[in-house]
Design a protein. Structure first.
Length: 71
């Protein structure tokens, strides 16, 4: 019984470690990269050419006149 508990506890700790790692990348590392000069210039280029970087597929539609404000 004790071996099962320790195996279960190590699995829980591994899952917790993965969640913390993914959250750190998603909430700290990725937003910080958006402020790097090379990334910032690329984002400004996309905005100036009215390209929606969040779009998954581009179609033959005319460009939108305005986009929702970004943070």
């Amino acid at each position: 019984m004790n071996a099962f508990r320790s195996k279960n506890q190590s699995g829980t700790m591994a899952l917790l470690g993965c969640v913390v790692g993914i959250a750190t990348i998603w909430l700290i590392v990725l937003p910080a990269t958006a402020n790097l000069p090379i990334v910032r210039s690329h984002l400004e280029f996309l905005e100036s050419h009215r390209v929606n970087a969040a779009a998954m597929f581009y179609t033959e539609l005319e460009p939108k006149d305005s986009f929702p404000p970004t943070r």
